[in-house]
Design a protein around this ligand. Structure first.
Ligand SMILES: Cc1cc2nc3c(=O)[nH]c(=O)nc-3n(C[C@H](O)[C@H](O)[C@H](O)COP(=O)(O)OP(=O)(O)OC[C@H]3O[C@@H](n4cnc5c(N)ncnc54)[C@H](O)[C@@H]3O)c2cc1C
Length: 647
């Protein structure tokens, strides 16, 4: 069995990262110019990494599928970014952010990584402010903070409900500066289709020019994947339509381990599904839970009357409302972590108290906040989110409570990386949502932006040098090498195969079928029989896809259906991995809720003696099952306990 070496430095927790930086190998400025790095992705992780590596003097090639780096999915992030600055003087510290994150992840993340994340969180805010990111400020001029789930302090920095957009504009400015200086070359509308391995090391990629359809080769001394998460395996999700799992699956098939694929996050506050033709779900930011109160009717007959359109929520008296999160979790109330809030909403709806025409919705009510703070203040905090809700649902949320329901939102699993963010393939790194590193089984709100920017601005620029320092004598690789020929040939064959099927099913119909299987059997509640069913059904979808998909147009031209088909083929692979991982993990933890493993009051029940490890899946070829390798999680510095948000 391969040995999993996470390369966690020795020493006290709070000194590991400083010691690492003090002793790691560096590349001198003259040598940096001779080293090429491919960064795939221009979201907050990829954009910040490419800009930082360019600033250091490396030669960076930066790819994205959109027509501008600014259109990466990160632009959608709404609510905020965490950092333990303690501006509120409410008891925050590096340790508390570390502790909340480990606990929030249900004790399934590495201590050393999470502590490093908390340590660098403050620098992220400083860097972004220096770039001009317009974070909200309070009266005294300091940056304002709000609260997110799983924390009892206010540590979330925000720019209205557009934090991702503003942070991405900051990263984009830094990136543009490097493009101007010539250290970063941008390749927009290019899609990576494979990673090229030479003598066991990542040495380049094959990418398709999405405008011309031409397959092109790119060589480098190292490759960084920053391609985001795989939530769109569920078809309906809050992710951008273009978010995909393909680069991660390509890396997996070339030998990179895929870690914890079953850890997917269902977000409690999304606009409920409202029709069969929908292709996207809209998030209502978690920040709304700062001031919004979640409830359903106490009486079933009221819920029934609401569903039948005979009663309005505003007609339900205060005493007849069940603020179930405040009731069940008095200490954290509406700000329990996402997995807890999602399951509680499902429990109420399954029990018959759901509202909306489908009964699959609960209320998020601002009437008390408006009374307390005034509409103007609420509008200043969340105005764009309220407007978005009004436009989609055609109801004024200042007057009537919003309706929300959980939806797939984020994936904690991803490409396995060690402490240096290097995958199990030498020279191949993964950052941001594409890796699995810091969130364990459940990510706390506002921590994805923190992790993506930590990886890109403050971690990878150091750790990649430890790898590159012994590559300085390696000359630039030629893209005419046989390994590039073979990778390009395989891609061309895959595209020809897809184009030649000429079946009857559209790509979307197959994607939708996969998504329904995922939601029904690998979603909020999972069980053995359901997961076994999912595995069989996913196999059937795969067979149907590869024998009956229809892709119009040509393979060597602009062809958006072909782009989708290539991505859906990989979503099928990730769906299979997710179900397989979920089946093997016979415990509940964070976003992975196995119905067989719950406490008497319906909370997730971990099995620490059996499952306190990172599940790493190794690809063993098309005809074989993936192999499970385990990276043990050793908690040296905190006491592992049952998560409790009640007291
Ligand atoms: C609606 C919404 C709101 C959110 N709000 C918050 C929030 O308030 N706070 C928070 O912390 N987190 C939030 N998140 C999560 C957070 O936005 C994401 O986790 C984070 O932005 C991911 O950043 P990333 O750089 O890893 O990937 P992405 O932003 O997804 O970027 C991926 C990049 O990879 C490129 N790419 C992908 N595949 C390929 C390929 N094969 N070839 C070439 N390029 C490729 C894309 O073009 C893109 O540039 C939110 C998520 C959603 C969906």
């Amino acid at each position: 069995m391969s040995k999993i070496d996470s390369k966690i430095p020795q020493g006290p927790l709070a000194e590991k990262w400083s010691n690492y930086k003090a002793h790691q190998k560096l590349v001198n400025p003259a040598n940096k110019r001779r080293l090429d790095i491919i960064v795939v992705g221009t979201g907050l992780a990829g954009g910040s990494a490419a800009a930082s590596l360019g600033e250091l003097g490396f030669n960076v090639l930066n790819f994205c599928i959109q027509d501008s780096p600014r259109r990466a999915h990160s632009i959608a992030a709404q609510g905020g970014i965490n950092a333990s600055k303690n501006y509120q003087n409410d008891g925050d510290s590096v340790y508390r952010l570390f502790y909340d994150t480990i606990k929030g992840g249900d004790y399934r993340a590495r201590e050393a990584n999470v502590h490093r994340l908390a340590e660098v969180s403050g620098s992220i805010i400083d860097q972004c402010v220096a770039q001009g990111v317009p974070f909200a400020r309070e009266y005294g001029g300091l940056l304002d903070n709000r609260s997110f789930g799983g924390a009892q302090v206010s540590r979330t920095f925000y720019a209205k409900g557009q934090t991702g957009q503003q942070l991405l504009l900051g990263a984009y400015s830094a990136l543009s500066r490097q493009v101007g200086k010539g250290t970063v070359k941008l390749y927009t509308r290019y899609e990576m289709l494979d990673v090229v391995i030479i003598d066991g090391r990542a040495r380049g990629i094959i990418a398709r020019n999405l405008v011309t359809g031409k397959i092109e080769r790119f060589a480098a001394h190292a490759v960084v994947i920053a391609t985001g998460g795989y939530g769109n395996a569920f078809f309906l999700s809050t992710n951008a339509m273009g978010s995909n799992a393909s680069a991660a699956i390509q890396a997996y098939k070339k030998g990179a381990y895929f870690a914890n694929p079953c850890y997917a996050q269902i977000h409690p506050t999304c606009i409920p599904v409202h029709g069969e033709s929908q292709s996207k779900l809209t998030l209502m930011s978690e920040s709304l839970r700062n001031d919004g109160r979640i409830w359903v009717p106490k009486k079933k007959e009221d819920a029934e009357a609401i569903r039948a359109g005979k009663l309005k929520p505003t007609q339900i008296k205060e005493d007849d409302r069940d603020y179930y999160l405040e009731r069940r979790y008095p200490a954290f109330g509406n700000l329990v972590p996402r997995d807890v809030a999602s399951r509680a909403a499902k429990e109420r709806c399954d029990a018959g108290y759901g509202v909306g025409s489908t009964g699959l919705a609960v209320y998020l009510d601002f009437s008390a906040a408006i009374e307390r703070l005034g509409q103007k203040t609420v509008e200043a905090r969340y105005g764009n989110l309220f407007q978005m809700y009004d436009k989609i649902v055609d109801e004024n949320p200042y007057e009537t409570p919003m309706m929300i329901y959980p939806a797939i939102h984020y994936t904690m699993g991803g490409v396995w990386v060690d402490y240096e963010l290097q995958t199990s393939i030498k020279g191949l790194f993964a950052i941001g949502e594409a890796n699995f590193s810091d969130h364990g089984a459940n990510r706390l709100g506002a921590s994805a932006l923190m992790q993506g920017l930590a990886d890109g601005y403050f971690v990878l620029p150091y750790t990649i040098q430890n790898y590159l320092s012994d590559q300085i004598t390696v000359p630039r690789y030629s893209t005419s090498l046989p390994e590039f020929d073979a990778a390009e040939k395989a891609i061309k064959e895959r595209i020809s195969k897809l184009m030649s099927i000429k079946g009857k099913r559209s790509v979307d119909s197959l994607h939708k079928e996969l998504g329904l299987i995922m939601w029904d059997f690998v979603g909020m509640g999972r069980n053995k029989a359901g997961l076994e069913t999912a595995i069989e059904k996913i196999k059937a979808v795969k067979k149907e896809f590869w024998s009956n998909v229809r892709i119009p147009g040509a393979g060597d031209d602009l062809n958006t259906e072909l782009e989708k088909a290539l991505r859906v083929a990989d979503f099928i692979e990730i769906g299979y991995l997710m179900a397989t991982d979920a089946l093997h993990r016979e415990e509940s933890c964070g976003g992975h809720f196995r119905e067989e493993y719950q406490t008497e009051d319906g909370e997730a029940l971990r099995q620490d003696d059996k499952f306190s490890y990172v599940g790493c899946w190794k690809y063993n070829g098309e005809e074989s099952e993936p192999e499970l390798l385990k990276e043990d999680l050793n908690y040296e510095f905190i006491k592992v306990q049952q998560r409790n948000y009640k007291a």
